[in-house]
Ligand binder design. Structure first.
Ligand code: SF4
Length: 362
């Protein structure tokens, strides 16, 4: 079994990405088979526990309050609502529930306490629990870990250079610092990005340098294809081709051999044959459910039909890592510190973000 490398360069990654297609596919499939069961795919359900009204300006995101996207915002769901949805996801074959809240960062207080209770509740259902709540401090990461969190998602989105063309309200280093805070606990890291936002191949490779040189590498890496939503600054971006998606998946698989590579947003634009190629190239995780936060996704039955056609099996929970213990709130070693960290706000001008904001105000 080859050692995982943490010193990949942009040029090496580009050389892999640009290999003749069949060679790339063969090499990726070979790495995949050495490190994973190629017939097992992890299934996660993404649940938007708090939707819309976000203060950030991520150019791809319909949940940013400043753009006009017809998204129906929702306050934080109740623990009971989340439990009911988690049970449905479990019945549908999901081993993991990922709860997303449209927040810039986690704030200590009642809402975070409620999220901690959601984590405890889902972990007790013997499902892996993941959260994506924005930036977070070390103490907040420890509190989530103590509640029984299995994974924390925080995407790098793109290369450091292109990130500045998409988001102005926080810096790349904030992302890395949050991942670092998660790494101070036993919670696994889920971090990836989006392709099709107008970035160059160098940017794709740059993002993969940033992810693969983390030590340890993320346990899970979502590769999203942009879903261009009307009203967002990226509404006019053309969808990427399946060949680009397969190349990105295969390259990620080769340089991050142990990571679960996740097909995320954009799966509705792919045929089954296209998805099968992605699985062959090393993708071994998908999001299930008819919505990915706010954008469309294939429904569970369609996915299970595809699994039957391809002879794939959903991965059992806690296959890769043991189930964390849940500590009840009353027995917690950590308290709410009421922290107000100064995450950066570069606030440089991104013309298309400004234009989308101005259009929404009309
Ligand atoms: S991606 Fe997250 S942080 Fe960015 S605008 Fe959307 S909800 Fe807010």
């Amino acid at each position: 079994m080859s050692e995982t490398r943490h010193n990949w360069t942009k040029q090496e990654i580009l050389d892999i990405y640009n290999k003749p297609f069949m060679e790339l596919l063969y090499e990726a499939a070979t790495v995949h088979r050495k490190h994973h069961d190629p017939n097992v795919v992890q299934v996660s359900t993404l649940l938007s526990v708090k939707t819309g009204g976000c203060s950030e300006d991520c150019g791809y995101c319909p949940q940013a309050a400043r753009y006009h996207t017809n998204i129906e915002g929702n306050d934080l769901m109740s623990v009971q609502q989340v439990k009911a949805q988690a049970l449905r996801a479990k019945e549908g074959g999901s081993s993991r529930v990922c709860m997303g809240a449209a927040w810039r960062n986690v704030k200590d207080g009642e809402e975070f306490d409620q999220v901690l209770e959601m984590v405890r509740t889902i972990n007790k259902l013997d499902m892996e629990v993941c959260c994506t709540l924005g930036m977070l401090t070390e103490n907040q990461a420890k509190r989530l870990a103590e509640a029984g969190l299995y994974a924390y998602n925080h995407n790098l989105d793109s290369s450091e250079e292109y990130y500045k063309e998409v988001i102005s309200t926080r810096g790349y280093q904030d992302r890395l610092d949050t991942i670092d805070n998660v790494r101070k606990t036993n919670v696994t890291v889920c971090s990836g990005g989006i392709i099709g936002m107008g970035e160059t191949l160098e940017d794709r490779a740059g993002m993969l340098v940033a992810l693969s040189t983390l030590n340890p590498q993320p346990e899970s890496t979502p590769i999203n294809a942009l879903v261009a939503v009307e009203g967002t600054p990226l509404e006019d971006q053309k969808p990427i081709s399946i060949w680009e998606m397969v190349r990105m998946v295969a390259t990620t698989r080769i340089i991050m051999p142990e990571t679960q590579v996740r097909l995320s947003a954009g799966r509705t634009q792919m045929t089954r044959e296209g998805q099968a190629m992605c699985f062959f190239a090393g993708a071994n995780s998908i999001f299930a459910g008819d919505k990915l936060l706010t954008t469309p996704n294939p429904d569970v039955n369609e996915d299970m039909e595809m699994f039957a056609v391809l002879g794939l099996e959903p991965q059992k929970p806690f296959t890769k890592k043991v189930q964390p213990q849940t500590v009840e709130a009353k027995d917690s070693q950590f308290e709410s510190l009421g922290e107000k960290p100064k995450w950066t706000r570069p606030d440089h001008k991104i013309e298309r973000n400004e234009a989308a904001k101005a259009k929404a105000l009309k």
